[in-house]
Ligand binder design. Structure first.
Ligand SMILES: NC(=O)c1ccc[n+]([C@@H]2O[C@H](COP(=O)([O-])OP(=O)(O)OC[C@H]3O[C@@H](n4cnc5c(N)ncnc54)[C@H](O)[C@@H]3O)[C@@H](O)[C@H]2O)c1
Length: 399
């Protein structure tokens, strides 16, 4: 196959995750969207019209489509294992949304299926793909600032009060912020601190009986290198930690003040589950409130809240523009190279794997290790004790 040929992607699930990835898929010439499958007819009709692509009636048919080379699995997490196995059985490479799956056994079966089929398995998008994270990793690996001693990562969002499907508010079905959000934060922290978590000690918070899943967590992670990380997530945020990201939101947009208050006010009195499901779908691709994302209000790179890395010779603050280095000489911003397409880093990774034979950064074993930490947060909070990790993989050798 010629190296110039775009990757032919079939999409399983045209919901929120797809809506957020669409600006990437649509703008990057290395991608061709060739097929989709989703029970929402309005979404598949728009997909057919926009991309001249095939809409399939079932995941099975999409995976069997000879025109599909990679399957982007953007279905709810309980489907990830089954859909990844189906794709592998048809010899298709997989990009599966975070979290990889709901248990380590599911992760193992996904890894095994891809290995048996000789196909690639990549987990993402997660915010560890963000360019400032990559830049911070390069700076750390250069050895210029000495060894990583600690990482502080936190995020105050309105996650719990955005429109949700009932499963997203039920931990047993993969709901709550540990399953839905921690993979972003843990992936970032593991990447920067070397990857090898030895133990996790955590607390979780389920503070709203009407939305009875974890909306918050705090955890202390120990690393094999001796480094430690503190991670904190609050999806009930009245406060908005984007004020400490130069008022730039998760998607790189200018964050409007009082966004969290507005999200909560929309929920007041809205107790009808079905109405809430409809509200979530309305702003997704093909829905009545769907608006294609505009690039003009992009103010910086995407991010997952403030992250500070303490190395022996400098503190590194990740910003929406790059990495701010605080050392004995003062403060200096190392800017990230400009990027025309949001989340282009995801395509960079797929392209390097598919067309240049590179190994994935966000492969099955790496992402299973992130899930081990996420599951460790839940287990530690439940048991009130630290949980030892056994399936960790390194992101770099100690400097
Ligand atoms: N990386 C990110 O920024 C990001 C953002 C949102 C969601 N996600 C992840 O994406 C996944 C989906 O979440 P979401 O918020 O998009 O949910 P969603 O409900 O908005 O979308 C899911 C879509 O999958 C479709 N679907 C469900 N079962 C299907 C099946 N068997 N075959 C084909 N289509 C099916 C639904 O009709 C829906 O359109 C989750 O794992 C979530 O964690 C990632």
């Amino acid at each position: 196959m010629s190296v110039e040929q775009p990757l032919r992607v079939g999409v399983l699930g045209l919901g929120r995750a797809f809506t957020l990835m669409l600006p990437t898929w649509a703008a990057d010439p290395r991608i061709q969207l060739v097929a989709c499958c989703d029970p929402h007819d309005n979404a598949t009709a728009l997909f057919r019209e926009q991309f001249g692509a095939q809409a399939h009636e079932s995941a099975q048919a999409l995976c069997a489509d000879p025109n599909v080379e990679w399957v982007y699995i953007a279905t709810p997490h309980p489907w990830h294992e089954a859909h990844a196995a189906l794709a592998a059985a048809h010899g298709k490479h997989v990009l599966v949304e975070k979290p990889m799956a709901l248990s380590l056994a599911e992760c193992d079966r996904m890894i095994h299926a891809a290995k048996q089929a000789g196909t690639h398995l990549v987990v993402g998008h997660s915010h560890s793909f963000d360019r400032p994270v990559g830049l911070a990793l390069d700076l750390i690996r250069s050895g210029r600032y000495g060894q990583v001693q600690s990482v502080l990562a936190f995020n105050f969002t309105d996650f719990l009060y955005r429109p949700r499907r009932p499963e997203e508010l039920n931990t047993a079905q993969g709901g709550g912020v540990v399953f839905s959000q921690a993979a972003h934060q843990i992936d970032v922290v593991r990447l920067l601190a070397g990857g090898l978590v030895t133990s996790v000690y955590a607390r979780t918070g389920a503070w709203d009986k009407a939305r009875a899943t974890e909306g918050a967590y705090g955890a202390l992670l120990n690393f094999e290198s001796g480094a430690f990380a503190q991670v904190h997530y609050n999806g009930y945020g009245f406060f908005d930690s984007d004020v400490w990201m130069d008022q730039v939101g998760e998607l790189g947009q200018i964050k409007k003040p009082l966004t969290h208050q507005a999200t909560r006010q929309k929920r007041i009195g809205a107790s009808d589950e079905m109405r809430e499901v409809a509200q979530k779908a309305e702003r997704n691709y093909g829905g009545p409130a769907y608006t294609p994302s505009a690039s003009h209000d992009t103010a910086g790179f995407q991010h997952f809240g403030p992250v500070l890395v303490s190395c022996s010779q400098a503190d590194l603050r990740l910003t929406p523009q790059g990495v701010e280095v605080h050392d004995v000489h003062g403060v200096q911003l190392v800017p990230c190279a400009a990027m025309d397409i949001p989340r282009q880093e995801v395509v960079d990774e797929l392209w390097s794997i598919a067309r240049h034979g590179a190994s994935p950064v966000h492969g099955g074993a790496w992402s299973k290790a992130t899930m081990e930490v996420c599951l460790g947060i839940l287990a530690s909070a439940q048991q009130g004790q630290p949980i030892t990790m056994q399936h960790q993989t390194a992101s770099y050798s100690p400097v």
